[in-house]
Design a protein around this ligand. Structure first.
Ligand code: TYM
Length: 335
């Protein structure tokens, strides 16, 4: 079966609806058709210099959310990135194949480093996409389910895979698999409720976020205060009506009702009606996840055991790939 790989950073106390609809939900579905490997990418999280105790807690909470959403450790590999040292090792090799200019053109790096200044920007932030490429190439992933904001990073991963292959694999063969992005258009970019032209993000305004682990009252309040517009017409038009369109997208993604049917259903009704309906479908989706996360966190030993087994399985694959790449680039094997 073809293989998928994806990961999320443990950089918040909860995942948000963008993470869920843009990626996690696809991860769960792809388990039916693919060999799936999912990681909590804690090394990536170091780029935001987190408090150590917070990082530790968030790593477990993130893993618990994967499981609660339906990632099944009996069928898929679930592990913590830093438990498999080959990720950092392959990053070095790939870093030596990445152009300085090429890495400098990554828009996420440009945005973040512009905010932090030269001295506030770390080399780790600069090489973030190279570590991400290592994550993917180590497992010869065919498909990488992510949100729209990761498209450029995926393109870099593809370029690095092709570069490894063309420089170091005999003509017509592959040293590593060239991965394809898997980005579902309808949910590729979920917007901030308070600022519906910006993507929903952990680093955004809290009132614009729907967090998986927020109490239902908080979720309801944020949806009811979502920014719409001065108009009263419920229509799907992301440019003219970004707030209303975002609410329609969220409803449709979670309820399965096509957007045009929702528009017909809410024709002539007020924004408040749509918001109440969105509160209901969001709670129906998140309630059970929240509950299962609570159960999983109450048994931390079981969670750690799942992660230990996952790391062992992941490492067996990663070790082989790294050995193959080290050999191909000319590193003498240790004996
Ligand atoms: P992270 O943790 O920032 O985001 C996790 C996933 O959530 C998606 N996402 C969204 N999708 C739709 N709408 C939004 N508003 C929204 N916000 C976030 C992201 O696209 C992502 O899929 N660099 C990755 C982590 C990573 C990774 C990897 C992913 C590290 N190594 C290897 C795939 C393969 C990231 O952005 O994580």
């Amino acid at each position: 079966r073809p293989r998928v790989f994806s990961g999320m950073q443990p950089t918040a106390d909860s995942l948000h609806l963008g993470n869920y609809l843009g990626a996690l939900r696809q991860w769960v579905q792809l388990q039916d058709t693919h060999d799936a490997i999912y990681s909590v990418v804690d090394l990536h999280a170091l780029t935001v210099s987190p408090d150590p105790a917070a990082l530790r807690a968030r790593t477990r909470v993130t893993a618990a959310q994967y499981l609660a959403a339906g990632v099944d450790p009996e069928r898929s590999i679930l592990f913590v990135q830093s438990h498999v040292p080959e990720h950092a090792e392959l990053t070095w090799v790939l870093g030596c194949l990445t152009g300085f200019g090429e890495a400098s053109r990554m828009t996420q790096f440009k945005d973040k480093s512009a905010k932090q200044g030269t001295d506030g920007t770390t080399v780790g932030l600069f090489t973030y996409p190279v570590l991400m490429a290592a994550d993917i190439l180590l497992y010869d992933a065919d498909l990488v389910p992510v949100g729209e904001d990761q498209r450029q990073h995926l393109e870099l991963s593809r370029n690095l895979a092709q570069r490894l292959n063309s420089r170091y694999a005999p003509e017509g063969t592959e040293l590593v698999t060239v991965p394809e992005p898997y980005i579902v258009k309808a949910t590729a970019k979920i917007y901030d409720l308070a600022e519906p032209t910006a993507k929903m993000s952990k680093s955004g305004n809290p009132s614009g976020l729907i967090e998986l682990l927020d109490p239902p009252k908080v979720v309801a309040k944020r949806i009811k205060s979502a920014v719409t517009d001065a108009d009263t017409v419920i229509a799907f038009d992301p440019v003219a009506k970004p707030g209303v369109s975002n609410l329609l997208s969220i409803h449709s993604a979670l309820s399965g009702v096509p957007i045009d049917e929702l528009v017909a259903e809410f024709d002539g009704k007020m924004y408040g009606h749509l918001k109440v309906a969105v509160v209901d479908v969001v709670e129906a989706a998140l309630g059970p996840i929240r509950e299962r996360v609570g159960e999983l966190l109450a048994r931390p030993d079981e969670l750690d055991e799942i992660l230990a087994v996952g790391a062992q399985k992941a490492r067996a694959i990663a070790r082989e790939t790294l050995a193959r790449v080290y050999d191909a680039v000319g590193l003498v094997p240790a004996r």
